[in-house]
Ligand binder design. Structure first.
Ligand code: C2E
Ligand code: CA
Ligand code: CA
Length: 693
């Protein structure tokens, strides 16, 4: 097939291709049928020639032969008839035979084209007729004998010659017929071969056409299927196949349109699924995916930000203002962060970002401080200037060393820490985190432990700095775990506070310590027992009633019970805390400020609260005899307490030097490993016995 024809096939439409193919095949079939028809006609003609002419010729030759012979036989009979009357009927038969032979010869002369064949027969026939009629004349005119003689000598040899020639003519005709039949056979074979060749070649042409057309259609359809599969697999960049076939061209265009609209829709869906509609930042889902990738590449830091007082602003100024604030905060994050930092709004007023490829903590800090500073810029919404700031919880990670959930937990814990300690930011401490896990696993067992009396109180003496007399003890809880042994309060108290379990624990501590105190009272040991009170306890309106009823039950004078409160506990719900503390103070129980110096409480609390005791945190006591600044703070605090009429307790006294320094400064009470470690009630009695000796 020529290249231009091929090109035409490639360019034409499916319809025109099929039309062409069928037309070509039909044309080939017409050619085959025409040739077959023409060949059959030829065969028919030849057959007709053979049957009509040659057979007739053979028949006429045989007639010539037979009637020539018959006329001769009649003549012979005439010659043998003596009487004339007998000869007359024979003449009639003889004439008839001659006539028939003549008509056979004239028919032969007309139909036999080969003159060389027919002319000798005609000449000999003429000669024979001449001799024949001469014989008849002689018979009628001359004598029978002369006629007989003429017949034998002249007529019979010529007749023999005529018969021989006629026979050879007949043989010639037979051989002609055989020859013609043979050539007819050859013609038939040739026609069969030709029809077979044309049939087979039209079949081949049809096949080639079918292959070309099928390929021309199936290849682009295959490409279209491939394209559809790649679209299904989410690959939208695959090259668009081209086709000059109009229908396939339309199909490819439709596929391309389908692909781009799927892509657009997918992008829209993923925008909705992965972005926060308010700020346009990534949402939690997208952020967690980013974090997973960041952990794989490591190292980096996850920072979770929480806006301060956002819910109050939201409630006071309405959600619309709240949304505007969040939008502005979102843009500040975007302004600050580089592309590689994935920034997200996790929920409400919680934002998060990932810092990658920063080598040391200082750099992290600097970046985060910068963000916090930028968030601090006042925001003007609806003509109102608002001060917003945030806190950040940071969890650093190394390549493949942690999971997304764990890291989020760590950063959340750090954020909680920052919030509870009123810090701008806090780093998650892996050790703290481990402890957190321990807390979690312990939580389920805590209720059970309370029922089964697995909690135990240890007591740490508080002795007079001046004479060493034990004035009181601090009740410090322990969990005597059947499998894990003695668990320190640092591992379960914060969690009990978070979960509210502390509301069950504090009453138990109060009951147990008052019961122990009751026993000591019976033995004549009069000590003030200090109990640690949590933030949550201060919000409990039942606390004062409970303490009152327990004091009444045990008949212990209220001044022998001291409640230790941390400064930060007072800051959560200050008014409520103050109210409850006043109720407690009214009962006559003592109140102590615990861990003084670590929180952010102002001295106004000390002024307003019905406090009896101030416990300086051990951070200030440790090395107080060496550290001038600490010494100044502790000394001043002691002086202040003296002025305010408060007892001062120095916590964490470990060395005799620290104790004597405190004694010099007129500190009232000392508590610390240097005096005694916390111990069970029984051991305390023994210790008291020994120390009083
Ligand atoms: P805290 O109230 O400041 O108690 C003093 C802690 O300092 C005790 O730790 C005590 O063992 C420790 N300590 C005392 N002297 C020294 C010293 O010289 N050096 C050092 N390094 N440590 C000293 P503990 O018993 O592990 O208690 C830890 C914290 O758990 C307590 O701090 C308190 O906040 C809390 N806690 C303990 N028992 C209770 C309780 O019954 N209820 C509540 N709400 N909290 C409790
Ligand atoms: Ca305490
Ligand atoms: Ca303390």
């Amino acid at each position: 097939m020529s290249t231009s024809a091929q090109q035409w096939i490639y360019r034409s439409s499916v319809r025109s291709r099929l039309f062409l193919a069928f037309t070509v095949i039909l044309a080939l079939l017409f050619v085959v049928a025409g040739i077959a028809f023409e060949r059959l006609n030829l065969l028919d003609r030849n057959m007709h020639d053979l049957v009509e002419i040659k057979t007739k010729n053979a028949h006429q030759t045989q007639q010539l032969y037979v009637y020539s012979q018959a006329s001769a036989i009649d003549l012979l009979r005439i010659l043998q008839a003596e009487e004339r009357e007998h000869r007359i009927p024979l003449y009639a038969s003889m004439d008839m035979a001659i006539q028939r032979a003549d008509s056979a010869l004239s028919a032969l002369q007309k139909s036999v084209i080969d003159r060389e064949l027919i002319n000798p027969v005609s000449q000999i026939r003429q000669l024979y007729l001449k001799e024949f009629y001469s014989t008849v004349e002689m018979l009628e005119i001359d004598s029978l004998n002369a006629a007989r003689h003429h017949f034998e000598t002249r007529t019979e040899p010529v007749l023999q010659q005529l018969l021989n020639h006629t026979m050879s003519l007949d043989a010639q005709h037979t051989s002609d017929m055989e020859q013609q039949a043979l050539s007819l056979q050859e013609e038939t074979d040739k026609a069969r071969l030709l029809i077979t060749i044309i049939g087979v070649s039209s079949l081949l042409v049809g096949l080639v056409l079918a292959i070309i057309i099928a390929r021309g259609i199936s290849n682009p359809i295959g490409q279209a299927a491939k394209l559809a599969t790649s679209i299904a697999d989410g690959d939208y960049g695959a090259k668009l196949p081209r086709s000059r076939i109009s229908e396939l061209h339309i199909l490819f265009k439709a596929l391309s349109r389908m692909r781009s609209s799927i892509l657009q829709r997918e992008q829209r869906i993923s925008r909705l699924a992965y972005n926060d509609t308010l700020t346009g930042l990534a949402n939690r889902t997208r952020f967690l995916e980013c974090l997973e990738d960041a952990i794989k590449q490591g190292p980096g830091a996850l920072v979770i930000f929480n806006l301060n007082r956002f819910s109050s602003i939201n409630n006071a100024l309405g959600h619309r203002v709240g949304d505007q604030i969040l939008e502005i905060i979102g843009t500040r994050f975007v302004e600050f962060c580089e592309e590689r930092h994935c920034v997200a709004r996790l929920d409400s007023d919680k934002f998060a970002l990932i810092l990658c490829e920063i080598e040391d903590k200082k750099n992290y800090l600097l970046s985060i401080e910068q963000i916090l500073l930028s968030l601090k810029q006042p925001i003007t919404v609806q003509g109102q200037k608002l001060d917003i700031d945030a806190r950040a919880g940071i969890a650093t990670f190394k390549k493949d060393e942690t999971s997304v959930i764990h890291l989020m937990q760590m950063a959340d814990t750090a954020l909680d820490y920052a919030k509870s300690h009123y810090q701008n930011l806090a780093f998650a401490d892996p050790c703290q985190e481990q402890e957190g896990h321990e807390q979690l696993s312990l939580l389920g067992e805590m209720h059970e432990a309370l029922e089964q009396n697995h909690f135990q109180l240890y007591y740490q003496p508080k002795t007079s700095a001046q004479n060493g007399q034990t004035k009181g003890v601090e009740a410090l809880i322990r969990w005597n775990h059947p499998e894990r042994g003695m668990i320190s309060p640092g591992l379960f108290i914060p969690f009990s506070e978070q979960t509210g379990f502390i509301r069950n624990l504090t009453p138990w501590v109060i009951k147990q310590s008052l019961s122990d105190l009751g026993e000591w009272f019976e033995q004549g040991i009069k000590l003030v027992v200090s109990i640690n009170i949590s933030t949550l306890d201060l919000t409990n309106p039942e606390l004062a009633t409970f303490v009152k009823s327990e004091l009444e039950k045990t008949r212990i004078p209220p001044e022998y019970l001291c409640l230790e409160i941390t400064e930060s506990a007072l800051m959560v719900e200050p008014e409520q805390a103050l109210k409850h503390l006043q109720e407690l103070a009214t009962l006559g129980v003592k109140l102590a400020i615990d861990d003084y110096g670590t929180g952010q409480a102002s001295l106004s609390y000390v002024k307003d609260l019905p406090v009896h005791e101030l416990k300086i945190d051990r951070a200030f006591i440790s090395n107080v005899d060496h550290q001038n600044k600490q010494a100044a703070i502790v000394g001043a605090t002691i002086l202040m307490c003296e002025q305010l009429g408060l007892d001062v307790v120095a916590e964490g006294v470990e060395t005799p030097e620290e104790a004597s320094w405190l004694q010099d400064k007129h500190c009232n009470l000392l508590q610390g490993f240097g005096i005694a470690r916390p111990m069970p009630a029984a051991a305390l009695l023994e210790w008291l016995n020994n120390s009083s000796v």
